[in-house]
Design a binder for this molecule. Structure first.
Ligand code: PHE
Ligand code: ZN
Length: 877
C-alpha cells in the first residue's frame, strides 16, 4: 500500500507563474552512460504575479541528479537551496538573474520514455506533458514560454545527425574531438515543445514554397533501413502545408521543418516546434507493408502534428486543463483535411463510429471527465478520447452554429489575438463569439459537463394543418463528481423525407428549406414545421451534428427508407446501423436467455439493393454492410454479455451471408483491382468492399470462398489485401489459418510494423489454450516488453479475444492484470492505458463483473505509479 496517496491538482487553483524565463540556453553532452545537461535560464519575477516574495520552485525528477546550481555566477552552497519532492527550491532571489544548473541523467536507463531516452541506436526526447523536468530543473508548465538555444555535443561518428528546434546556427569541433552543434529557435515556447534527436540517421530532403514565396526545407529522418518508406509522409506533409494556407490562412514560419521516426514511443507523434517526432508506426508506409487504414492514419497524423504549429505552438495552452484547446481544435482540423483529401462522408462515418464506440464508453465510465477537466492526479491520463475526439466535436459544433465564413473569421481573430500566448478554451470561444456575434455562453457547458447528452425525439404530423411537430427532450446522465447537469446547446440538423424517399420541403420560422438546423437549448423544446405536404420520415442529426445519443421510434420501414434514399450519406449509414442494432439486440436477448437464435433479418433486402447498385460509392456500401462491432454493442448494452454479443453477430452475419451468397461472390470478383497499388479514395473503396464481401462469402462455408481467401493471401501485391485475407481466415477459423499465420510471420519477420500486426492477430485468435498461446507469444522473439507498439499489439489484440479475455474462470482478466503490474514498474503511461478494459467492470454481467473487480483490487494493493493509481482508484470508487 501507498504511504501517502497521490494528490489531485485543480483548475480552480491556477495562479500565474511567479517567475518567467525569457531565454533558455541548454548544453547536452551526450554519452552512453551519463549525459551532462547544463542549463542557463535568464529569469525574472513575473510582473503580473502577486506573489512578489515567493521562492523560486523548479520542477525536477527522481531521475535527475543535481551537480551544481549558481545564480549570476555565484555558486549556491548547500543550504541556500533545497531539494524537496523532486523540486529545487531557492528562497532568496533577485528580480532578474541567470540561474545555471548542472545535472546528470541516464537516458539509457529511462524506461518511461519521457524526457531524454534511447530508442534503438539514437537519443530522442519526449517532453509533453511534463517530460522536460526529467532532463533538468525547470518551470515545467506551458504558460512559461522561453526562447531556446541548444548545444548538442556528441561523437560525430556515432551521432552524425544532431537535431533540435529551430535553425542550426553553428557547428564546431571540441578539443576532445567531439562535434558541437548549436540550434536556435526564435519562437518562444513552453518546455513541452522542446526536442532533441541524435543518431546515425538517413534523411529524405524536399522543399515547400509557402504562399508568400518563402522556401522551406523539409526533412524526414529515419534509420537507414526505413528511409525508403517516407515518401508518402513527405507528400502528405506538403499537402497539409498547402491546405493550412488555403483553408486557415496559416503559413509555416521557420526555414526548416523536420520529422524524425523513432521505434519506441508512448504515443502516436509529437508536435515539437520545427522538429516533430513520430512513432514509426505513424510515419512509415509502403504498399507491401502498410494497409490502407495505416496510409490514411499516416496522412492524418502528419497533418495533425503539422497543424499544431499554429493550433498548439504559436498559440499554446495556459495549463494542462486546457489541453483540448490545442487537441480538440487540431483534431477537427485534421479531420476536415482528410475529408477534403478523400471522401467526406466516409471520413465522417469512420470518425463518428469511433466516437460512439470508444468515447461514449469513456464518458459513461468511471474515468468520465469534462473536455476541460476540473482536476487530475496525473495529466498523462487525460490524453483521452474525450479531450481529443469530443473536443473536436465541440469545435465542429461551433463551425456548424457560426457557418464556415464566420468560423474562419473567428479562427483568424483567435490567432491574431493570441499569437505567442498561452491561453484558455474560454479565449478560443471568445474569439469565435467576437468575430461572429453569436452568443456561446450556454454552449460552453460542453467544456465543463461530462457525459453524453441523450436526446429523445417525438414527431407528430397533422394532415389537416399540413404541419409537423418535433418534440425534443434532452438530459445528460450523472458522471463522477457531477450528479446533476444543465441543458446543453445542441445543434440538430434535420431534413424530412416523404414516404417515397424524396426530400420534403418544410417551413420553420418562416424559412422554407429541405434542411433545417434546430438549436436545442432547453430541457424540452418543440419545433413546428409548416407547409409539410405529406407525412414525413425525419432524418435527424444529419452528419452527426452533435455528439449525443439520439433516439426516435423508427419503424423498420422508416429505417429502410432512410437507408436507401436519404440525401445525407451519413444518415444512410446511420439508418443501416440502427436496423442492425435492433436485430442484434433481439438476438442478444435470445442468447442471454439461452434460447436458440432465430430471426428473419430485414437487412437482407436492403443490403442486396446496395450490393447491386453500381452508382454507390463502394466504400459507403462496405461501411453500411459492416455490422456494428462487438465494442459498439457493448457500449449500447446496459449489461454486457460478451459471448452473447459475439454469438448474435455471428448468427446475423451468417444469415446475411447465406441469403446473399452469390451477390457477395460477385461483388468480390467485381471489385478486384489489377495494376499498381494506390492508396487513393477510389482504390481504397474497391478494396474495402471487396474484402468485406470476401468475409461474408467465407461465412457460407463455400469451398470456392475458402480457396479465394488463400489465393488472395498468396498473390496480393499489397498489405491491405494480404492482411485482410489473413484476418478473415483467422477470424472464420479457416482450415489453413494456422499455416497462413506461420507463413505470414516467415515472410515479414524483418519488418517490425508488420510483425506487430501478426502479434495482434495471433493474440486475438479464439482458441482453446489462448492463455498458453499468449504466454508463448510473450516469449517469442518477435515480442519485446520494452516496446510500446508491441505491448499494445499483443495485449490490445488479447482484449479482442472474447472467449479468452472474458473467460468465466477469470484467467483472461488475471493475465492482463499481471501484465499491468509488471509494466507499471517500467512504463506507467503504457500500463495505465492497458487498464481501460478492466475499468468497465460495473457494466459487465455479474459473474464477470466480480472477476474483473477482484483484479482491480489486486492491482490496487500493489505499490503503484500515479498513472495506474488514478485509473484504478477511480474505477473502484
Ligand atoms: N501532443 C501529441 C499530439 O496529439 C500527443 C502526445 C502527447 C504525444 C503526449 C506525446 C506525449 O499530437
Ligand atoms: Zn495533437
Amino acid at each position: 500500500m501507498k504511504e501517502s496517496q497521490p494528490a489531485a491538482i485543480y483548475l480552480k487553483d491556477y495562479k500565474v507563474p511567479p517567475f518567467l524565463i525569457d531565454k533558455t540556453e541548454l548544453t547536452f553532452e551526450l554519452d552512453e552512460s551519463t549525459t551532462v545537461v547544463t542549463s542557463k535560464l535568464h529569469m525574472r519575477r513575473n510582473p503580473t504575479s502577486t506573489e512578489n516574495t515567493a521562492p523560486l520552485v523548479l520542477d525536477g525528477g527522481e531521475d535527475v541528479k543535481l551537480i551544481a546550481v549558481a545564480m549570476d555566477d555565484y555558486v549556491l552552497p548547500e543550504g541556500e537551496y533545497q531539494l524537496v519532492d523532486n523540486q529545487l527550491v531557492i528562497t532568496a532571489t533577485a528580480d532578474n538573474f541567470i540561474l545555471t544548473c548542472e545535472t546528470l541523467i541516464e537516458p539509457q536507463n529511462n524506461t518511461k520514455l519521457e524526457g531524454l531516452y534511447r530508442s534503438s541506436s539514437m537519443f530522442c526526447t519526449q517532453c509533453e506533458a511534463e517530460g522536460f523536468r526529467h532532463i533538468t530543473y525547470y518551470l515545467d508548465r506551458p504558460d512559461v514560454m522561453s526562447v531556446f538555444t541548444t548545444t548538442i555535443i556528441a561523437d560525430n561518428e556515432q551521432y552524425p545527425v544532431m537535431l533540435s528546434n529551430g535553425n542550426e546556427i553553428e557547428r564546431t569541433q571540441t578539443e576532445e574531438g567531439k562535434t558541437a552543434v548549436v540550434w536556435h529557435d526564435p519562437f518562444p515556447k513552453p518546455a513541452y515543445l522542446f526536442a532533441l534527436v541524435a543518431g546515425n540517421l538517413e534523411v529524405k530532403n524536399d522543399t515547400f514554397v509557402t504562399q508568400s514565396q518563402r522556401e522551406v526545407k523539409l526533412q524526414i529522418f529515419t534509420e537507414a533501413h526505413n528511409i525508403d518508406k517516407v515518401d508518402y509522409a513527405m507528400e502528405a506533409l506538403k499537402r497539409s502545408m498547402r491546405w493550412d494556407e488555403e483553408v486557415y490562412g496559416r503559413e509555416y514560419d521557420l526555414d526548416i521543418f523536420m520529422i524524425v521516426a523513432v521505434d519506441d514511443f508512448n504515443m502516436g507523434a509529437m508536435e515539437n516546434k520545427g522538429l516533430n517526432i513520430f512513432n514509426s508506426s505513424c510515419l512509415l508506409a509502403s504498399p507491401e507493408t502498410t494497409t490502407d487504414d495505416s496510409y490514411l492514419r499516416v496522412e492524418a497524423i502528419v497533418a495533425h502534428e503539422y497543424f499544431h504549429n499554429w493550433s498548439g505552438n504559436r498559440v499554446t495552452c495556459r495549463d494542462w486543463f486546457q489541453l483540448s484547446l490545442k487537441e480538440g481544435f487540431t483534431v477537427f482540423r485534421d479531420q476536415t483535411f482528410s475529408a477534403d483529401m478523400h471522401s467526406a462522408t466516409v471520413k465522417r462515418v469512420e470518425d463518428v463510429s469511433f466516437l460512439k464506440t470508444a468515447q461514449f464508453a469513456e464518458d459513461a465510465g468511471p474515468m468520465a471527465h469534462p473536455v476541460r477537466p476540473a482536476s487530475f492526479i496525473e495529466i498523462s491520463n487525460f490524453y483521452t478520447l474525450t479531450v481529443y475526439e469530443k473536443g473536436a466535436e465541440i469545435v465542429r459544433m461551433i463551425h456548424t452554429l457560426l457557418g464556415a465564413e464566420n468560423f474562419r473569421k473567428g479562427s483568424d481573430l483567435y490567432f491574431e489575438r493570441h499569437d505567442g500566448q498561452a491561453v484558455t478554451c474560454d479565449d478560443f470561444v471568445a474569439a469565435m463569439e467576437a468575430a461572429s456575434g453569436v452568443d456561446l455562453t450556454q454552449f460552453k457547458r460542453w467544456y465543463s459537463q461530462a457525459g453524453t447528452p441523450q436526446v429523445r425525439v417525438i414527431g407528430e404530423y397533422d394532415e389537416s394543418q399540413q404541419s409537423y411537430t418535433l418534440r425534443l427532450h434532452q438530459d445528460t446522465p450523472a458522471t463522477p463528481g457531477q450528479p446533476t447537469k444543465l441543458p446543453s446547446h445542441i445543434p440538430v440538423r434535420v431534413g424530412l423525407l416523404d414516404q417515397a424517399g424524396n426530400p420534403l420541403s418544410a417551413s420553420l420560422d418562416g424559412q422554407s428549406a429541405n434542411e433545417h438546423l434546430l438549436e436545442l437549448s432547453q430541457a424540452e423544446q418543440v419545433f413546428e414545421f409548416t407547409q409539410v405536404s405529406s407525412k414525413p420520415v425525419p432524418s435527424l442529426l444529419r452528419g452527426f451534428s452533435a455528439p449525443v445519443k439520439l433516439s426516435y421510434e423508427y419503424s423498420s420501414t422508416d429505417l429502410l427508407l432512410l437507408l436507401s434514399a436519404d440525401q445525407d450519406g451519413f444518415n444512410r449509414w446511420s439508418a443501416g446501423q440502427q436496423l442492425a442494432v435492433n436485430e442484434l439486440s433481439q438476438l442478444i436477448e435470445q442468447a442471454v436467455a439461452g434460447q436458440t437464435l432465430s430471426l428473419e433479418s430485414q437487412l437482407i433486402n436492403g443490403f442486396n439493393s446496395l450490393l447491386v447498385d453500381d452508382s454507390l460509392d463502394p466504400a459507403m456500401v462496405a461501411l453500411i454492410l459492416n455490422l456494428p462491432s462487438q465494442a459498439y454493442l457493448s457500449e449500447l448494452a446496459s449489461e454486457i454479455h460478451p459471448n452473447a454479443i459475439k454469438q448474435a453477430r455471428q448468427y446475423l452475419k451468417a444469415q446475411i451471408a447465406n441469403a446473399l451468397e452469390s451477390e457477395f461472390a460477385q461483388t468480390y470478383q467485381a471489385h478486384r483491382l489489377d495494376g499498381e497499388y494506390r492508396p487513393d479514395a477510389q482504390d481504397i473503396a474497391h478494396r474495402s468492399l471487396k474484402n468485406l464481401a470476401l468475409s461474408y462469402w467465407l461465412e457460407t462455408d463455400s469451398a470456392e470462398a475458402k480457396l479465394a481467401v488463400v489465393e488472395q493471401f498468396e498473390s496480393a501485391n499489397n498489405m491491405t489485401d494480404q492482411f485482410a485475407a489473413l484476418s478473415i481466415a483467422v477470424h472464420a477459423d479457416h482450415p489453413q489459418a494456422t499455416q497462413m499465420l506461420d507463413a505470414f510471420y516467415q515472410q515479414w519477420q524483418d519488418e517490425p510494423l508488420v510483425v506487430n500486426k501478426w502479434l495482434m492477430l495471433s493474440a486475438g485468435r479464439e482458441q482453446e489454450n489462448a492463455i498458453d498461446n499468449m504466454k508463448s507469444l510473450m516469449e517469442h522473439e518477435a515480442f519485446d516488453l520494452k516496446n510500446p507498439n508491441k505491448v499494445r499489439s499483443l495485449l490490445g489484440g488479447f482484449g479482442q479475444n472474447i472467449s479468452a479475455f472474458h473467460h468465466v474462470d477469470g484467467s483472461g482478466y488475471r493475465f492482463l492484470a499481471d501484465q499491468i503490474l509488471v509494466l507499471d514498474k517500467r512504463n506507467p503511461q503504457i500500463a495505465s492505458r492497458l487498464c481501460t478494459p478492466l475499468t468497465r467492470w460495473k457494466k459487465m454481467t455479474p459473474s464477470l463483473s466480480t472477476l474483473m473487480k477482484a483484479e482491480l483490487e489486486r492491482i490496487m494493493a500493489d505499490q503503484l505509479s500515479k498513472d495506474v493509481y488514478e485509473v484504478i482508484s477511480k474505477s473502484l470508487a
